[in-house]
Design a protein around this ligand. Sequence first.
Ligand code: GLV
Ligand code: GLV
Length: 330
Amino acid sequence: MLERAGVDVRVGTEREDEGVAPSVMLEGIQWCDVLVSLLTEPIDRALLAANPKLRGVAQYAVGFNNIDVAGATALGLPVSNTPDVLTDSTADLTWALLLAAARRIPEAQEYMKAGRYKLWGPNLLLGADVSPGGNGRRKILGIIGYGRIGAAVAKRAVGFDMDIIAYDLHARAAIDSSGIARWAELEDLLAQSDFVSLHPLLTKETHHLINERALKLMKPTAILVNVSRGPVIDEAALVRALNERWIAGAALDVFEHEPAMAEGLANCENAVIVPHIASASVGTRDKMATMAAENALAHLRGERAPNAVNAEVYSSVAYRERAARALGAT
Ligand code: GLV
Ligand code: GLV
């Protein structure tokens, strides 16, 4: 799309297993008019300030905690993301992880592939109940962060006949008006839930929201799912929790020091771990690319981006000055 629109597109790295080095970022930012970014590179104010003619940042992701948005706004730079399109695929993966952890799918598959299945038996690979079926008790799903993705996860839980409780620092109204979830204080949610699923933005307030204390509040039978951002969990504490069975299991798409894992995590048999693939479905990734390109073109043309996360920037003096500088350059 960008090339068809006549844009000179240059890629920071051709390698799929290595991020763009800070020196390459700094060199590249000097000549580019718009930066299309992934969640893997930190984009701080100093970097953005290195090119006074830069017109914007188009992030290919819904999350943008890698970008100093306040710094960008102060510099008059619009930042855009790719919301909504990945809500369903992320909620789907949340459920895939929840069910995989509850029913021990990865362990069961290893068992099969190792040729260990000799005889069906009543106690083979027993997992946790998800629906009320067995003991008749509706399970409690606790959702932390009730934005678009948290709400989509709740919608799916209705089909599993779960009772849904939710906590969000800023979205109590969305919970109260959802018709399917009921508000709970964080500590009550942790203490009551059979499954806890994390969907907050990563901010100072949610960094290590799930720490040792929170993990100890959870039921020993509970399963924790995280598809948000790794640092929401104190991962070293989680490894202790899994090894010492403060909780029954965890299913993680994201990691505190991604792509690294906390020491011992990979050896926890009660952890299901996948490499940040929540939005990795063909349709979603295609649409994310299209949206990022549309946002990038809008930044380039000095138009309002369809998905600016700091739309207030458009009425700022810094934005108008930057637009004037960029026009002066052409
Ligand atoms: C993925 O983690 C995203 O934020 O899009
Ligand atoms: C299991 O396969 C059953 O028939 O109960």
